[in-house]
Design a protein around this ligand. Structure first.
Ligand code: NAD
Length: 404
């Protein structure tokens, strides 16, 4: 394929293409930061025992990619990444997660780290079988399984039914300010409550059933090492967003994920002296979080407040904190009363939330750029697709037909 100049193309607020070099820069930055963190901690990666191999489900963007980088460069772990991305075709670019994964493989190869990737629907039985074959062939049993899927739909592997997830409140309509990401205007929206079927469908997509299917498949094939652990990610957020998040359909799915964590914890403890946990992470800009009504406006205010306090973290910083500090080998893990790791402690700090609560009624289309970090949110969103990334010359043609 001849090289081409790639300009950002959007449909509504979503970017429909991606820039391979911009995506590569993003991954390079994450890798450099992880290497620097390991050097600062004074430990070479070989000294970090405990995670030889990790399976990262949803490992091409957002928290999954950040986990994969932290585990590979933090522990020297071999990683299998499973994700569902569109490959390049003719002059159509691939999705960002594809290019992120190409960059991940290039850097892992450069640094002598084992890496394999599987681009397929994680919800299917066939993908689980193929992942097990890859592990047997290329890596061996895994010490850690990260479950970081964010998907709008799931075809159930046993029934064939396609479940679509929705982001809706439960029982009552919810009216709030929100930002239209394409017009950049603040307006009021009312979201009608979900039906019982929509709640059940959202739980089927974003709850823990598929996580359990993965662990069952790996156990059956003897691909979980003694002491193996698994972590899935959740979000709770402030009361401001509860009607649409924690008390809404997605919150129900997260409660199901927590229930699954307790079941898997008992299963892995009994079989392998292992563990299962939920890590409740901070709000960050990802393709998944930008799609939630109200949340992008909340994040724009939150980022401004957290930056002023010097405590803001992106996905990479959160995952370095999780895997290199909180979860460090030999260190007792601190859990909340519901068996969860809390990386959202800084977001939920009383002073941070008090400030966001003060700003919330004040923010308008006119003062948006002044009192919030919407500019940072907007740029962060473009960065996800490899656009507006420092150091990239967007007028230069690039090869888009690349693979790992
Ligand atoms: P994301 O959109 O950046 O990543 C989603 C990943 O899932 C990608 O790798 C994608 O390829 C993969 N995926 C989607 N459907 C798939 C399928 N059918 N088969 C295989 N892979 C598939 O999302 P994210 O925001 O990083 O979310 C990951 C997890 O973190 C979610 O559980 C989310 O709720 C949680 N979380 C997110 C935030 C946030 O603010 N973004 C905060 C806390 C917790």
């Amino acid at each position: 394929m001849p090289q081409q100049v790639v300009k950002q193309k959007s449909r509504g607020f979503i970017c429909v293409n991606a820039h391979p070099e911009g995506c590569a820069r993003n991954v390079e930055r994450q890798v450099e930061e992880a290497r620097a963190a390991v050097t600062r901690a004074g430990a070479g990666r070989t000294a970090r025992a405990g995670i030889r191999n990790a399976l990262v489900i949803g490992g091409s963007t957002g928290y999954g990619l950040a986990s994969r980088v932290a585990l590979a460069w933090g522990y020297g772990a071999g990683t299998l990444g499973v994700f569902f991305e569109r490959p390049p075709e003719d002059d159509r670019t691939a999705t960002a997660g594809w290019y992120n994964s190409v960059a991940f493989h290039r850097l892992a190869h450069r640094d002598g780290l084992k890496a394999a990737s599987l681009n397929a629907d994680a919800f299917s039985d066939e993908t689980k079988r193929t992942a097990c074959e890859i592990l047997k062939r290329e890596l061996g049993p895994v010490d850690l399984v990260v479950y970081s899927l964010a998907s709008p739909k799931r075809q159930h592997p046993r029934t064939g039914v396609v479940h679509n997830s929705v982001l809706k409140p439960i029982d009552y309509p919810y009216t709030s300010k929100t930002i239209d990401l394409s017009t950049k205007k603040i307006h009021e929206i009312t979201v009608q409550p979900a039906t019982e079927q929509e709640i059940a469908d959202t739980v089927a997509v974003m709850g823990g059933e598929d996580w359990k299917f993965w662990i069952d498949a790996l156990l059956a094939e003897g691909l979980l090492a003694e002491g193996a652990r698994t972590i899935a990610y959740s979000y709770i957020g402030p009361t401001l967003t509860w009607p649409i998040y924690w008390d809404g359909t997605i919150g129900r799915a997260k409660i199901h994920l927590e229930k699954t964590a307790r079941e898997l914890d008992a299963l892995l403890a009994g079989r392998l002296r292992g563990n299962a946990w939920i890590s409740v992470n901070k709000a960050i800009v990802t393709q998944a979080s930008a799609a939630i009504p109200v949340v992008p406006l909340y994040m724009s205010l939150l980022f401004k407040v957290m930056q002023e306090e010097g405590i803001d973290e992106d996905a990479a910083a959160q995952m370095r904190r999780l895997y290199l500090e909180v979860y460090a080998p030999g260190k007792a893990l601190v859990l909340d009363g519901d068996h969860r790791i809390r990386l959202d402690d800084r977001e939920l700090r009383a002073d941070v939330q008090a400030e966001v609560t003060l700003l919330w009624p004040e923010v308008t289309t006119e003062n948006l750029l002044e009192i919030s970090d919407f500019a940072g949110f907007d740029r962060g969103f473009k960065n996800l697709f490899g656009f507006d990334v420092d150091g990239v010359d967007y007028s230069k043609p690039v090869e888009t037909d690349i693979s790992w």
